[in-house]
Design a protein around this ligand. Structure first.
Ligand code: FAD
Length: 462
């Protein structure tokens, strides 16, 4: 099947990263019925890491990946490119749920996988601009400073080294941003170009004998069988790797909530800009506000800058139109200019967004049901780049029945409650976003609404 120029334009327009690919080739769709040992639904990072590890364990076995659009079309080709050991729940909350030793084991596995992603990029010739410069979490208000320091202390009490506190002069040696009261630094993060990673993985899967079909939307999943409009794949094992898009399967509709994260990217910036702000270490960058922002210095010296705040859409609907929300783009541009006054008139050349999957308890999970032989991993909120690599490797272990350190991690077989029916979801989620923005606004003016803050922290577990 040839793919029209309009479809390629649509794929490129999903993100800076997809737009920058020198060629965006779309693979043939599944045409007719097929048999496989494992069929994977979704060619994002979760699905492709799972395929990669299955084929690493047993090369040339029959692994088929079915993708509704093209590899990396979802969050995996659009994200902020933080390959980090972050987890959506705070570690004390993970420890309360599963025990301190389990929290430590999961954190250690996430730290290891940050390095492992870099090793695979080198081994497979994936030139994703992987650079392990760590993360700076800036404190720019006293409330942010107190919150960040309290978080580091609580993690340290559990025996987790999630960062070191830097006083303003130490921050300035790395990065010069106005109004900084200090920062937490962790080495466990690499910036990368996510579209190059996900599409490079698809090629690595194919080199090992796996098959990837683009433009093959799965309409129905049942034990041993998945159906697309043009054919059915029968397989011993089925893996669902559809993250936010999981809501499109009627029976799984309330398992996650599709929440949009939006991004803008500047044009490549001149040396004079970096002479003024520093940032030679290419640390990924955020601060302590509630309505998350995140930035990276890209391999081609742009700033890719993202954040939350775009609305949730009634009924968990997902369409291309929701990837753009002008008020959120305007807030992102304003936040970027405020952090980096040295940008002056620099243009933003790209603005995009995408849905990520949020479980009701903000707890990502990996699972496999031995009776139906259906596996899944989902619900990474905004922390899925490294986590999907760990989840994909774990799914491969589960499918093959291997009992490994990975399969004993506390997110395996975790079951999140379902989201409430509408209109409760719509009301609750949009109110929470409004509350986060209000808290940030008050904190920037030296005020706090402790009750609202505790309510929000209770809801998100962050
Ligand atoms: C703007 C943005 C910024 C982010 N920034 C970061 C970051 O910096 N660091 C980080 O760790 N995380 C980040 N995230 C989250 C991270 O990108 C995701 O958690 C991760 O990519 C999830 O990978 P996935 O493969 O599970 O899902 P996806 O990448 O969403 O892949 C799912 C795939 O399944 C396909 N699909 C869906 N339904 C079907 C079907 N019925 N049949 C066939 N195929 C189907 C989709 O087309 C899609 O390609 C961000 C997300 C967004 C949107």
């Amino acid at each position: 099947m040839s793919t029209s120029a309009a479809a390629i334009r649509r794929y490129r327009s999903r993100s800076l990263w997809l737009d920058q690919l020198p060629d965006l080739q779309v693979r043939p769709a599944l045409a007719g019925d097929d048999d496989a040992e494992v069929v994977i639904v979704g060619a994002g990072l979760t699905g492709l890491w799972c395929a990669y590890h299955l084929l690493e364990a047993t090369p040339r076995r029959r692994v088929v990946v079915l993708e509704a659009e093209t590899a990396g079309f979802g969050a995996s080709g659009r994200n902020g490119g933080w390959c980090s050991a972050l987890f959506p729940l705070s570690w004390p909350r993970v420890a309360r749920l599963h025990g301190a030793a389990e929290a430590r084991a999961l954190y250690a596995a996430l730290c290891d996988v940050v390095a492992e992603v870099g090793a695979v990029c080198r081994r497979e010739g994936i030139d994703a601009g992987y650079h392990r410069g760590g993360t700076l979490t800036l404190a720019r208000t006293p409330a942010q400073r107190d919150r960040i320091r309290a978080g580091l202390a609580a993690d340290a009490e559990l025996g987790l080294d999630t960062g070191t506190w830097l006083d303003p002069p130490e921050v300035e040696r790395r990065l010069r941003v106005p109004g900084v009261l200090g920062a937490a630094f962790t080495p466990h993060c690499a910036r990368l170009n996510p579209a190059v990673l996900v599409r490079g993985l698809a090629r690595a899967v194919e080199r090992r004998g796996g098959v990837v079909h683009d433009r093959s939307p799965v309409r129905e999943v049942s034990p041993g069988r998945v159906r697309t409009p043009l054919g059915t794949v029968r397989a011993e094992h089925v893996v669902l790797a559809t993250e936010a898009y999981t809501v499109r399967f009627r029976e799984l509709h309330r398992r996650v909530l599709p929440v949009w994260s939006l991004m803008v990217a500047t044009e490549p910036l001149p040396e004079s800009f970096f002479a003024e702000v520093g940032w030679a270490g290419c640390e990924t960058l955020t601060d302590g506000r509630h309505l998350v922002i995140y930035a990276q210095r890209t391999p081609d010296d742009r700033i890719a800058f993202g954040g939350r705040g775009a609305p949730y859409h009634f009924g968990s609907r997902i369409t291309d139109a929701y990837d753009r929300h002008d008020p959120t783009f305007a807030s992102l541009r304003a936040a970027l200019a405020e952090l980096f006054p040295a940008l002056g008139d620099a243009r933003t050349t790209h603005a995009w967004g995408g849905p990520l999957g949020v479980p009701r308890d903000w707890h990502p999970s990996v699972g496999y049901a031995p009776t139906s032989r259906i596996g899944w991993a989902r619900g990474y909120v905004g922390d899925g780049v490294a986590a999907a690599a760990l989840a994909g490797a774990t799914l491969a272990d589960l499918v093959d029945g291997r009992d490994t350190g990975r399969t004993r991690l506390c997110w395996v077989q975790h079951r999140s409650p379902d989201w409430e029916p509408e209109p409760l979801r719509w009301l609750g989620v949009n109110l929470a976003a409004r509350a986060a923005a209000t808290l940030d606004h008050l904190e920037a003016r030296g005020r706090d609404l402790a009750l609202l803050r505790r309510g929000l922290e209770g809801l998100t577990g962050a």
